[in-house]
Design a protein around this ligand. Sequence first.
Ligand code: HEC
Length: 157
Amino acid sequence: MKQIFKATLVGLAASLAMSSAAALDIGTDERMKLVLRPDERHLVLFEMRSFLHTLQVISDAALREDMQAVADAARSMGSGAANLIPPLTVAKLPPTFQMLAGTVHTTFDAMALDAESLGDPVHTQRQMTQMLQTCNACHGIYQVAVEEPFPRLKKKR
Ligand code: HEC
């Protein structure tokens, strides 16, 4: 048992050393900052994790050729799904961001419709691959930054 633990630690140390070596030439984070309040950041990131979760469910369902499960999962993230992000927050997001987010939702719509009408898991896989390009495109452009609170007022003496 102890031996296994040691081996795991050595493995972990080696992979950390390798990743920090690879990290040397990644430069600095120059992506455009979306400045949001902490609660807005939470909503945006929650939606992101839901995207990832839904893709995982779809990938699993497609492998099992359960096309109804593919359709249900895709529809839960489609353009008809409840929009968590309030209009005032959406208004802070640049047009390109909104366009790319819209593409993700309409691709989920198409995945749901096609899963029901074609029932072809390979087609679903192609749609996922295409969607991942949109995910990557947006991640390459933007980062989320948290709005600075107002500076504290100085107390009068
Ligand atoms: C319209 C732009 C956009 C699209 C499209 C997009 N993302 Fe994101 N995503 C972001 C931004 C911005 C962040 C925050 C990145 C940062 O601050 O470094 C993020 C963060 C994430 C995170 C991290 C969440 C967390 O809790 O920290 C995950 C996971 C994620 N995205 C998954 C996806 C997946 C999967 C897709 C495609 C289905 C996708 N995103 C599409 C903009 C986008």
